[in-house]
Design a protein around this ligand. Structure first.
Ligand code: TYM
Length: 331
């Protein structure tokens, strides 16, 4: 059976982008593959969270994984920092990751632009840690959103380079995966780029948002004054709303509003009302479970412990073999 690995950074509550880009696939894949889904808490250290925030955010992602339907009996759910073998593989891979290629990574360049005062080595080698996460379980499929495609390419590069250096075929190549044809990119509500945790107030709809908040956020989404020429191209902020409708609403709803747009009869207020209600319906089953799971400390403890044991079983097998390949042998 093919092995699947994916993770989400513990930097706050999960949003619709995380759900449609990643988690929805996690839930489906757990029945068909050997799955490892983790909480990327080491990656979140690049922004220096306080210990209390770090712990709270890890818990939040764990709770939302479970609320979204990831079943700890089917998939291995674990916290990245519980598996020290990942730290070790990260170090080995770092010896063959080069400054030039790391500096060229789009997400590194974005982070440097956004936070020029915090360009740390962890940020630079972020893709190396991500490669370690994936190849530690020899995964071949990685369910992620469109924004992670370049990181997957780098993971293949580092795995292949290890193989070449030691003349082995130890690590298989991991590829980004989505059940639909293309990798998903959910835009934000601010009329600009993608939905994200650090894109500012009102950009993201969180899985834990109440129906009132969802309505408020969607009604405030950026729009224009409406089309004046039939069948004209949609401006970015309008296309963004249609992109969200495409994943959240029914095909009929999409066609209905698309037709109104093309005939210049669209009223954005109606479109937003419908979109808000469809988001509320889509997220209801998750939202309703979040509180109960969050209050069940023994269950969370048991899931995390059980996941760490299973993840370490797989990771320590890989590390034993990697040490042997590299030449760390006992006397
Ligand atoms: P992160 O935490 O930024 O995002 C987690 C997952 O959600 C997807 N995603 C989106 N998909 C579609 N539209 C959006 N607007 C959107 N925003 C986020 C991301 O593509 C991702 O799948 N580096 C990773 C975490 C990670 C990881 C790994 C993933 C660490 N190690 C190993 C896979 C395998 C990250 O920062 O994702």
């Amino acid at each position: 059976m093919e092995t699947v690995v994916s993770g989400i950074r513990s930097t706050g509550n999960l949003h619709l982008g995380n759900y449609y880009g990643a988690i929805q696939n996690f839930v489906k894949m757990q029945y068909e593959y050997n799955c490892y889904f983790f909480i990327a808490d080491l990656h979140s250290l690049t922004t220096h969270p306080t210990p209390a925030d770090l712990h709270g955010n890890i818990k939040q992602v764990l709770v939302e994984y479970l609320a979204a339907g990831i079943d700890p009996e089917k998939a291995t759910i674990y916290i990245q920092s519980d598996v020290p073998e990942i730290f070790e593989l990260y170090l080995y891979l770092n010896m063959n990751a080069y400054l030039g290629e790391l500096e060229r990574s789009t997400s590194f360049k974005d982070k440097v632009r956004a936070n020029p005062e915090n360009v740390n080595a962890g940020l630079l080698t972020y893709p190396v840690l991500m490669a370690a996460d994936i190849i530690i379980h020899k995964a071949t499929k990685v369910p992620v959103g469109k924004d992670q495609e370049q990181h997957l390419e780098m993971a293949r590069t580092f795995g292949n380079r290890f193989n070449r250096l030691y003349n082995t075929e130890f690590f298989p190549e991991p590829y980004a995966f989505n059940f639909s044809e293309n990798l998903v990119k959910i835009p934000g509500l601010d009329g600009k780029g993608k939905m994200g945790k650090s894109e500012g107030e009102g950009n993201a709809v969180y899985l834990s948002d109440s129906p009132e908040i969802i309505r408020k956020k969607v009604m405030r989404a950026v729009t224009d004054s409406g089309p004046t020429v039939e069948n004209s191209e949609k401006p970015v902020e309008i296309q963004n709303l249609f992109d969200i409708i495409k994943v959240v609403s029914s095909a009929d709803t999409y066609a209905h509003f698309d037709n109104l747009y093309n005939t210049c009869q669209i009223r954005y207020g109606d479109l937003k009302k419908q979109l808000a209600e469809d988001i509320i319906i889509a997220t209801a089953p998750i939202r309703e479970r979040i509180n109960d799971i969050a209050n069940d400390a023994p269950y969370l403890r048991q899931v995390a412990r059980h996941g760490a044991i299973k993840a370490r079983e797989s990771a320590s097998k890989t590390i034993r073999e990697v040490r042997e390949i590299i030449g760390f042998r006992s006397f």
